[in-house]
Ligand binder design. Structure first.
Ligand code: PAF
Length: 285
């Protein structure tokens, strides 16, 4: 496995791999990798002979109150995990390499970015879309792997890739869960014991929402109430949102039909946790 730190070296390595007949799997990350990332890299390695993992803490996606300097970094540990999972190339550019001058060009995916996570982090998804556009440009034709836990991020990136004709297939990988249903997240370490015991309520609320839809409920307000009441009844949880929306545009659907996504976010002490599940409802059913 090799590590490169410049865009030119990354392009050169990826172009050579494709010229040798390899297909490329790309796993964009901000480093400090955990088992959730491992599952993305392993999936990419199972599907492609050449797997590039980018490790870059992107300043553009941090808001003014979010502490970029406090974001954890450990490239040596990341390199070990990437190698263990079958990665071929680590791309770890500096901020100066990625943003050599103040950036005047950004990518905004309207509508998809606006609600849910976008409501509390208004500049976040433009920061994500801009850096991912840069990473797709440096990577070239590939399959790019993202975790479904950040469903809105997946939807933003997928729409950007479609709208701007990137030669990239966006692959969304299933959420990795603990046995009690809690979605794996680096934020789970901030949970106290009682908060950890309470946190699976997010997944239970989503499952209750799905069950109601499967029983025939088509009113999004009823699904919202059901999920919000379940999370609200948990004393350790402070609900942020509980919604069912169109899976691709993240906009409200009423009555419920088509590809839907149920999403919840709540604070448990220091940790703000998010979770989601998908369901398809045949129109007219
Ligand atoms: O999900 C992340 O780690 C980041 O948002 C991403 C996609 C690597 C862009 O910086």
């Amino acid at each position: 496995m090799e590590t490169v730190t410049t865009i030119a070296a990354a392009r050169d390595r990826l172009d050579r791999a494709r010229a040798d007949g390899a297909t490329v799997g790309l796993v964009p990350t901000m480093g400090y990798l955990h088992e959730g990332h491992a599952s993305l890299i392993e999936r990419a390695a199972a599907e492609h002979p050449f797997v590039a993992v980018t490790v870059f803490v992107n300043p553009l996606q941090f808001g003014p109150t979010e502490d970029l300097d406090a974001y954890p970094r450990d490239l040596a540990a990341d390199q070990q995990l990437i190698e263990r999972c079958g990665g071929t190339l680590v791309i770890a550019p500096s901020v100066e390499e990625m943003y050599p001058r103040p950036i005047l060009t950004t990518v905004t995916v309207a509508e998809v970015s606006a609600r849910l996570e976008g409501a509390s982090r208004p500049t976040h998804f433009a920061g994500v879309a801009t850096v991912v556009a840069k990473l797709f440009n440096l990577a070239g034709p590939c399959h790019a792997y993202f975790g479904e836990k950040d469903w809105q991020q997946v939807a933003v990136i997928r729409r950007m890739a479609q709208d701007l004709n990137f030669p990239v297939t966006v692959v969304a990988c299933p959420i990795v869960r603990e046995p009690d249903g809690l979605a794996r997240s680096s934020r789970n370490v901030y949970l106290t014991e009682p908060e950890r015991a309470a946190a699976p309520v997010l997944h239970r609320a989503l499952e209750a929402g799905i069950a109601a839809i499967e029983r025939g409920e088509r009113d999004p307000a009823a699904i919202h109430r059901l999920m919000a009441d379940l999370v609200g009844a948990e004393p350790h949880a402070a609900l942020d949102y509980a919604e069912v929306v169109d899976a691709a545009t993240l906009t409200p659907v009423d009555p419920l039909a088509g590809e839907l996504r149920l999403l919840v976010a709540a604070r448990f002490g220091r940790a703000r946790l998010i979770d989601n599940v998908g369901v398809e409802v045949a129109s007219g059913s």
